[in-house]
Write a protein that binds this ligand. Structure first.
Ligand SMILES: *Cc1c(COP(=O)(O)O)cnc(C)c1O
Length: 371
């Protein structure tokens, strides 16, 4: 199957803008791009030059990390850019649609609406797992992209690899399956929910989004990768601005994904995973907590008896969390990112104190029975 058969015909036919850096790479006397001949700040960092649109060193390293050929890697400004490019290339306004499983990451629907594409929904099950068959049953000829977030933001559950691969197979010829693996580094290794990055492009409709924003601690640099069949990568590059990756951000990314950077990432992820278990267990004991959703990510989504009181208490303690009550089935929930152990302790202390305040004020709190 040629995945480009699913793309907008006008995008397939588009002649990409050809930038100065693409037409003439490398060295010599560079007088072709109207750049300053002098580097800024007096030292030769090369920032007076337009950057390489897709630096080979970065693509090679990301390809190695994710287990794919470099031709299957598109580096961009976070996975948000990957989402946006996919929607623009595959969904025609007022004709095509994306399919999502709410409650899930909001950028899929936002990008689709900006593009004028439809958004079809197939909700998660009551336990917030993906209902693959229900999702597949909702695929119409208009649906060009099916988004699965694994682990899912804002609920934290992941999706078994076998389910993802079965869905990709079932969608062959019909739609691209886009698996957003923003949090996959935090997944418990034995959960059967590891990354499918190495399968990106095989089958040809399987696309995987990865990011350096979470486990790699580089949200400020805005670097992510889209992994896909090389034809999809080439198509999306036509839509990208000519110089998508700022040189200082590429430098930061290369440092982050170096061997030393990878070691540090693994240590920090291991600490976060231990904190997830510790904090999750402690929270589940607290009187103000209704339920801690099982999480494979670097956050805990927690349902509270009185979320308004909890938000007030946290905010008085100077702790900012994400209010996710607007999402379907999460009307009483807050999403709390795991911080340092000290920060997590502060959250626990604040929530513990919350019990008394809320119980005194409302007289309707659940009372924990001592074991
Ligand atoms: C944080 C997050 C991303 C990352 O977006 P970037 O643009 O790479 O920073 C992607 N998907 C989900 C579900 C996220 O939560």
């Amino acid at each position: 199957m040629n995945p480009l058969d699913l793309a907008r015909p006008e995008i397939r036919a588009l002649q990409a803008y050809s930038s100065a850096r693409m037409e003439a790479r490398g060295c010599g006397v560079l007088l072709n791009a109207n750049e300053s001949p002098w580097p800024p700040f007096g030292h030769d960092n090369g920032w007076n030059r337009y950057p390489d649109p897709q630096p080979a060193a970065l693509l090679d390293r990301l390809a190695e990390l994710y287990g794919v050929e470099p031709s299957r890697v598109l580096a961009g400004r976070g996975s948000d850019e990957g989402i946006d490019l996919l929607v623009r290339a595959f969904c025609a306004a007022r004709r095509d649609a994306i399919l999502v499983s709410p409650p899930t990451f909001g950028m899929y629907a936002t990008s689709a609406r900006v593009q004028g594409a439809g958004v079809i929904e197939s909700p998660l099950r009551d336990d917030f797992t993906v209902d693959a068959d229900a999702l597949l049953a909702k695929v119409t000829p208009a649906v060009k992209l099916v988004f699965v977030c694994a682990p899912n933001n804002p609920t934290g559950a992941s999706v078994p690899r076998a389910t993802i691969l079965r869905m990709a197979e079932a969608l062959r010829e019909r739609a691209l399956l886009v698996v957003d693996e923003a949090y996959v580094e935090f997944v418990e290794p034995d959960a059967g929910c590891g990354s499918v990055a190495g399968c990106a492009g095989t089958p040809a409709n399987l696309v995987v989004l990865r990011t350096l924003s979470k486990a790699w601690a580089l949200a400020g640099a805005r670097v992510g990768a889209l992994l896909a069949d090389a034809r999809v990568v080439a198509l999306l590059r036509k839509l990208m601005p000519p110089y998508p990756l700022p040189a200082p951000c590429v430098e930061a990314a290369l440092r982050a994904v170096s061997a030393a950077g990878e070691c540090m990432m693994r240590e920090r992820v291991a600490l976060t995973v231990r904190e997830r278990a510790r904090v999750g267990t402690a929270m589940a004991q607290l009187a103000c907590v209704r339920e801690v959703l099982p999480s494979q990510a670097n956050f805990l989504t927690v349902r509270f008896h009185d979320p308004e009181a909890v938000i007030g208490a946290l905010s008085r303690a100077g702790i900012v969390v994400r209010d996710v009550r607007r999402y379907p089935s999460l009307g009483d929930a807050l999403r709390i990112t795991l911080g340092t152990p000290a920060e997590n302790d502060r959250v626990l202390r604040t929530l513990d104190a919350c019990r008394c305040a809320a119980a005194a004020g409302r007289g309707a709190m659940r009372v924990e029975q001592p074991a």
